[in-house]
Write a protein that binds this ligand. Sequence first.
Ligand code: FES
Length: 148
Amino acid sequence: MAGVTELTVGQVAMRSGVAVSALHFYEARGLIRSHRTSGNQRRYGRDVLRRVAIIRIAQEVGISLAEIGAALESLPEGRTPTREDWNLLSTAWRDQLDQKIAQLKKLRDGLTDCIGCGCMSIDKCPLRNKEDRLGAQGPGARRLLVAR
Ligand code: FES
């Protein structure tokens, strides 16, 4: 498949590991695009594999399809995006990704400590959250929140 520039939906599914039904869903949401042959068959440009890979990874780290769609809209229409195009996208997405990374780090590192949720159930809670004083700041695990 290496030299092939136009891919069928089956080839995209095989190479990307994404089900045909999911590809159709991504297309219906405007995240990927195909064109039709004279026989009304879908054909995708090879760059669709990069889009699908990024959609999947972004979803796995909790970025919504709407956010992914907004980011992918910055890519040019009608031509294969260049590295510069992807760089523009990543710049636009950087703050959001940095925030998710910070949130994941807080979660990873906070699990052995008081997270300020009001439970007062572990030995560090009285020290970190005396009489649940963090509850006055608002709901949720106050010590896990990342400033937006
Ligand atoms: S872990 Fe819940 S208040 Fe400390």
